[in-house]
Design a protein around this ligand. Structure first.
Ligand SMILES: Cc1cc2nc3c(=O)[nH]c(=O)nc-3n(C[C@H](O)[C@H](O)[C@H](O)COP(=O)(O)OP(=O)(O)OC[C@H]3O[C@@H](n4cnc5c(N)ncnc54)[C@H](O)[C@@H]3O)c2cc1C
Length: 526
């Protein structure tokens, strides 16, 4: 029998009986067969004793049952690990950070409480997936879009709390949440923003309410259990267009990113953009690397290859969503702006009017048009999964050059070949910054995974030394990453710990999440 740390088998059996009485026998899972379903399918600890596993899982049907679970967890000091749909692959899946935790699985709380078309918002519970919300909207022919991440089986609540990203103009999911209901560790139910006003009429329309704005405290955190959240939707646009812009030389990246940044910050181009490099892709296809490894070809050599093969050094596809006339004007203005870079070339891209009729194999990029799907997993065939290293860097050409060099240097020092280079160029998931998404392959090979973990830690450290922090991380690296956010001798961690001790004195909610440990477990972990 797996038991939570610090509990005897006898006490845990007694606690499980109380949990069964509280929420029903069939919703308390404690057999290995059941709890194995909560293992991280992409665990970097495969076949190692350090792989964190749940001792049990509980699936309440609502706030009242959550309160009962919390009462029992507080009595026995049982660590709970909250998940919404538990599809956090690449960052830990449904597995707890602290082995022996009981997973608090909110999948059964799956009501779509409201979708408001004129004001473009929804109010959902944690178990609602992007597929559920999409279907609900389609069934009622509402003219609003959701913004799913690449895999659509996750949840607006789980993904937004992790501050995940999608592809449409609503891609920054945390920025597009509005109002929450949260159960605190002591069972108290708090509504944030306008939700604190009884009978509030604008809970999902105006985020701030009155007084300190506390929503952020519940994202990437272990201060509460979120049971409802508002999600802003996008009015269905009339049209979409795109344009691919390319520039020939290495140093063109600086004006290129400045122009891109201006267009994004002005709202002229929208959605997530991936910086591309036809020339670096060619280097990869020839067995080279995307990152700048010492001893690699010089810039002059690369530019010569570019001229010979007619390959641009840099490029990207920009997206425009909205009224057809405005989209055309944005498309034209984008060309004008990039034309200031000598040698810039343009290729007109896809163009659509909505609503779209979609068919299997039509090549329409579903996620970019608010349609959840799972095709991203098709790209990963033959892999046993990956974990994400995802630092935020400035949105500037200089920062891209530096990051390619700095992370290339780490690989060289550690004498490993980067295998994740397709993600080494940045994405614009969030405003005013780039995020790099390195995907480290996970294998059923202990030695290789150990090496991957070492490389990950060294990359995180090298990033931090250059002022680049991770936006989100796998449960295996939460302490590593939290340690890099160390301004003023870890003042932020002290602040988090002060809040944790006040809100959750028994330390029952998700111990270790984002490097925040409750007092009773702190000494051994930080
Ligand atoms: C191939 C691939 C592509 C991916 N692409 C993307 C992408 O495009 N964008 C992206 O953002 N991610 C992406 N991911 C990462 C991940 O799969 C998604 O972010 C996914 O949506 C997260 O799972 P979930 O929504 O089920 O959240 P959950 O697993 O339910 O929750 C995530 C975490 O949030 C916290 N949490 C969840 N619910 C609550 C709650 N109710 N109260 C308090 N805390 C809570 C917990 O700490 C939990 O571990 C990708 C992963 C893979 C493997």
């Amino acid at each position: 029998m797996r038991v939570p740390p610090g509990l005897t088998e006898k006490d845990f059996s007694q606690a499980l009986r109380q949990l069964q009485e509280a929420i029903g026998k069939e919703w308390v899972f404690s057999s290995d067969e059941d709890t194995d379903l909560y293992r991280d399918a992409y665990s970097p600890f495969w076949h190692e004793p350090e792989e964190p596993v749940a001792s049990a899982a509980v699936a309440p049907d609502g706030v009242e049952q959550i309160q009962k679970i919390l009462r029992i967890a507080n009595d026995y000091k049982i660590p709970l690990w909250t998940i919404s749909t538990g599809k956090n692959l690449a960052y830990g899946g449904a597995a707890p950070l602290l082995s022996g935790s009981v997973v608090l699985d909110l999948k059964r709380m799956n009501q779509i409480l409201e979708v408001n078309e004129p004001n473009a918002y929804a109010l959902v519970e944690p178990g609602v997936s992007y597929f559920d919300l999409y279907r609900y909207i389609q069934d009622r022919a509402l003219k609003v879009w959701i913004d799913p991440p690449d895999p659509g089986w996750g949840s607006p609540i789980g993904n937004s709390l992790e501050r995940g990203g999608g592809r449409t103009p609503m891609r920054d999911h945390w920025a597009n949440h509005c109002g929450m209901e949260v159960v605190l560790a002591n069972g108290d139910v708090v509504r944030t923003g306008m939700g604190a006003l009884p009978d509030a009429k604008t809970w999902q329309q105006y985020p701030y309410g009155f007084g300190p704005y506390v929503d952020g405290m519940f994202s990437q955190s272990n201060f509460g259990v979120v049971t409802k959240m508002g999600v802003w939707l996008m009015p269905q646009p009339e049209a979409y267009r795109e344009i691919t812009v390319s520039v020939p030389r290495h140093d063109d990246l600086i004006p290129f990113v400045d122009t891109l940044s201006y267009l994004l910050n002005s709202g002229i181009t929208q959605g997530t953009i991936l910086l591309d490099s036809p020339l670096l892709n060619y280097r990869v296809a020839q067995g080279g690397q995307m990152l700048d490894l010492p001893g690699g070809p010089s810039v002059a050599e690369m530019e010569r290859i570019g001229r010979d093969k007619n390959l641009a050094y840099w490029g990207c596809t920009l997206h425009f969503y909205g009224a057809a006339k405005i989209v055309d004007a944005q498309w034209e203005h984008t060309q004008e702006r990039f034309s200031a870079i000598p040698g810039a070339t343009f290729r007109d891209g896809k163009s659509y009017r909505f609503p779209l009729q979609m068919k299997e194999g039509d090549g329409i990029p579903r996620v970019a048009f608010g349609v959840p799907d799972l095709s991203v997993f098709g790209l990963l065939q033959g892999s046993s999964g990956h974990i994400g290293f995802s630092p935020i860097i400035p949105m500037s050409g200089e920062a891209v050059f530096e990051s390619l060099k700095v992370f290339g240097q780490v690989y060289a020092e550690m004498n490993v070949q980067p295998k994740n280079q397709f993600f080494a160029l940045p994405w614009s998931y969030f405003p005013r910054s780039f995020v790099l998404l390195f995907g480290f392959p996970i294998e059923h090979d202990v030695a290789k995974n150990r090496r991957t973990r070492e490389v990950f830690k060294r990359l995180a450290q090298a990033g931090a030394e250059h002022g680049w922090g991770e936006y989100r991380t796998h449960i295996a690296f939460m302490d590593t990453v939290a340690n890099t956010y160390s301004f003023n001798n870890h003042a932020l961690r002290r602040f988090h710990e002060t809040l944790k001790d006040a809100l959750d004195p028994n330390g029952v909610l998700s111990p270790g999440k984002s490097g925040i440990w409750p007092r009773r477990l702190r000494r051994e972990h930080t």
